[in-house]
Design a binder for this molecule. Structure first.
Ligand SMILES: Nc1nc2c(ncn2[C@@H]2O[C@H](COP(=O)(O)OP(=O)(O)OP(=O)(O)O)[C@@H](O)[C@H]2O)c(=O)[nH]1
Ligand SMILES: [Mg+2]
Length: 304
């Protein structure tokens, strides 16, 4: 179904964890397709996020952030990124302008600099730069262009406010090759629905729990069944389990008198209802799966 002059392709989105990759994808797509949080390593899969325009289809491949691996899961997440770098038509590297370019970013640069695809460097979180400091951005850009010549474009943006995201899309439209429509034009992602639901629950956990706990959590949707409620109206019954590594984490997730789990359930249900455009009954359990982040057969079963 190739059309004349139609442009399409895959743009890999990589960078340190927490720089704002997933936030940018949601802003460009104008909906929450992928989950975000202020905790490291929120994204744990490669997720195709599809922007359809009249004459183009841009597939943003949202990736886990680079992070020094602490266990087998960390290793596998970094391997996902290496795989993406070989698959995509274009590489977008994101850094955080407010945090500055550090050793983590330099490590990311070292992994992409000899790649053949067009390369863009995004300096995100420009909204955190005060008006007074903005004058200095032009000289900073020139300095970066001189130091990192392997980038074809360097663009300051804000994933939060949307500043310069139109300019980014224009660059992508220019650089992407002519090609087919890879996905139906009303599709925003090909990530399976049960995984999106698990991601929503994990997002609420990441956003509401302290630093270390989100690393130890895996969420699995165990069943989805459409039923009728007492008045005969359709109701999606979803059973889902939260897997944690240690017994000591269970109390934190459940919370005092079950309050935390109740809050997570309420927040997640609202988003799942919006996603499915259906009423939802969500049941959540907490399961201890000792050291799952280091367990090869468990990780394989969970799709890693
Ligand atoms: N002020 C500001 N905050 C931002 C911006 N973009 C992202 N953030 C915040 O940065 C944090 C991390 O955002 P994510 O989009 O989850 O980051 P990520 O790069 O996808 O992180 P990983 O999935 O862990 O690799 C969140 O708290 C966002 O709200 C931005 O442009 N400005
Ligand atoms: Mg992310």
């Amino acid at each position: 179904m190739e059309e004349k002059n139609f442009k399409s392709g895959f743009a890999g989105l990589i960078g340190r964890t927490n720089v704002g990759k997933s936030t940018m994808v949601n802003k460009i797509l104008k909906q929450n397709v992928v989950i975000t949080s202020d905790k490291p390593q929120t994204t744990r899969n490669r997720i195709n996020c599809i922007l359809n325009t009249e004459n183009a289809q841009i597939v943003f491949v949202d990736c886990p952030g680079f992070f020094k691996p602490r266990n087998l899961l960390g290793d596998k997440l970094n391997r996902i990124i290496y795989g993406v770098l070989n698959d995509v038509d274009l590489i977008i590297v994101m850094t955080d302008i407010a945090g500055g370019i550090g050793t983590g970013d330099q490590f990311v640069f070292s992994k992409i600099k000899s790649k053949k695809q067009p390369k863009l460097l995004l300096l995100n979180k420009i909204d955190l730069i005060s008006k007074k400091e903005r004058g200095g951005i032009a000289s900073k850009l020139q300095e970066l262009k001189d130091n990192f010549v392997f980038f074809d474009y360097i663009l300051p943006i804000s994933a939060k406010t949307g500043e310069n995201l139109d300019a980014l899309v224009q660059i992508l439209l220019k650089e992407l090759p002519e090609g087919p429509m890879y996905f139906p034009d009303d599709m925003v992602t090909d990530f399976p629905i049960h995984k999106m639901i698990a991601e929503i629950v994990r997002e609420k956990l990441s956003q509401n729990l302290f630093q270390e706990i989100p690393h130890s959590i895996f969420v699995e949707v165990e069943s989805m069944k459409e039923k009728k409620d007492r008045s005969g109206l359709p109701l999606m019954n979803i059973e889902c389990s939260i897997h944690i590594e240690k017994k000591s984490q269970k109390g934190i997730i459940i919370g005092k008198s079950g309050e935390m789990l109740k809050k997570i359930g309420t927040l997640a249900r609202a988003d799942i209802e919006e996603l499915l455009e259906k009423r939802v009954f969500l049941q959540i359990w907490v399961k201890i799966v000792e050291n799952w982040t280091k367990n090869e057969s468990y990780l394989t079963r969970m799709g890693y």
